[in-house]
Design a protein around this ligand. Structure first.
Ligand SMILES: Nc1ncnc2c1ncn2[C@@H]1O[C@H](COP(=O)(O)OP(=O)(O)OP(=O)(O)O)[C@@H](O)[C@H]1O
Ligand SMILES: N[C@@H](CCO)C(=O)O
Length: 319
């Protein structure tokens, strides 16, 4: 259950008057999700999702909500936030920031085939291109600076072979992030958490990306690595599935061609994508915050993926 702040239809009725949505007809808490309180909201005008943000502040939210608005207005399939009568996307509800976004059709595809990976790859490339003129800037808050903060917090909890791997990978990634090659990679707004549970499909048709609350400005290639590390892996071994990888990369490349620099940076970046989630899962396991981490995600999954990305040459980004 992931409704941390309870809201009734009666609570919502006066509040929703500021949105051009008519009266609220139904409100139903959404069980999945571990960060925020989410509700399916039906109004006289249609179907929406109401989110009450449990951890993000009013100052942090414009970046995410304006990015979704920007992308949606350029035809990228993401849920458009609904502005109130003052043009605001985020307004208090029970003292916490809240927003209404369009409800996407469909459901998550948790056993993706190449056809699904191609859809995700093409839409991710469109998203990267559409974000180029987004005017707001926020760094990826789970980037290298956060890794420097999180690693010392988790290392005392780790056994030596794993601790040694973490220390070695941190050194490797510091050098990579400081390299001239890294400095030449294209950057912009990225989703940074585009896992299978953050994309909707209606059959084989992608209907949207959602959960933008880890988005930030980073290299496009990092976003590709994070996404491939989830969509194209065998979940038991962490090994990349060739057919899914090829379908994803070819579809991305057809929209936004990869560069030679990106090819050179690809293997270190796949490792960076694995390290990011190994670290955050370790951190959430050892330093749980209140009101979240109902079921902590398994860090060893990403440790396995990291070891695998170090040991196995990366596939070609393009042919
Ligand atoms: N725009 C949307 N359209 C349709 N369903 C949505 C939408 N946004 C969220 N949902 C539904 O709500 C669920 C929880 O949303 P979300 O993943 O954003 O929650 P969260 O608390 O931020 O979680 P987490 O960080 O665990 O992914 C999703 O699994 C999805 O079923
Ligand atoms: N996608 C993250 C959870 C936070 O959205 C993980 O699998 O660790």
């Amino acid at each position: 259950m992931a409704v941390f702040t309870s809201v009734s239809l009666d609570d919502v009725q006066p509040w929703i008057a500021q949105f051009p949505l008519g009266r609220a007809v139904a409100l139903k808490g959404i069980a999945s999700g571990i960060e925020n309180s989410n509700f399916f909201l039906t109004t006289e005008r249609g179907e929406y999702v109401l989110t009450i943000f449990e951890n993000l502040s009013f100052e942090q939210l414009p970046f995410y909500l304006r990015l979704m608005e920007h992308l949606a207005s350029r035809g990228v399939l993401v849920p458009a936030p609904v502005p109130n009568d003052k043009g605001e996307l985020c307004v208090p509800l029970h003292g916490k920031p809240a927003a209404i976004v369009l409800k996407l059709e469909g459901s998550s595809e948790l056993a993706p085939r190449p056809v699904h990976c191609a859809e995700v790859g093409a839409m991710l490339a469109r998203m990267h291109l559409a974000g180029r003129d987004f005017p707001l800037h926020q760094p990826n808050l789970r980037g290298l600076a956060w890794w420097h903060f999180a690693a010392p917090a988790v290392l005392p909890h780790m056994a030596e072979p794993e601790a040694a791997l973490l220390r070695a990978e941190m050194h490797f990634q510091e050098a990579f992030h400081g390299s001239a090659l890294y400095g030449r990679l294209q950057q912009g707004p990225v989703h940074a958490d585009l896992f299978r549970n953050n994309v909707m499909f209606d059959g084989e048709r992608l209907t949207g990306f959602f959960d933008f609350y880890f988005a930030g400005c980073d290299t496009w290639l990092f976003d590709v690595a994070v996404t491939i590390n989830d969509w194209c892996v065998d979940l038991d071994t962490g090994v990349l599935d060739e057919a899914r990888v090829r379908a994803f990369l070819d579809a991305y490349h057809a929209v936004r061609p990869f560069t030679a620099d990106e090819q050179e940076a690809w293997q270190p970046m796949l490792r960076a994508g694995a390290l990011r989630f190994w670290l955050s899962r370790l951190y959430d396991l050892h330093q749980p915050r209140e009101a979240e981490m109902l079921t902590p995600h398994d860090p060893t999954h990403f440790e396995r993926i990291l070891r695998e990305r170090i040991a196995t040459p990366a596939p070609s980004l393009y042919q």
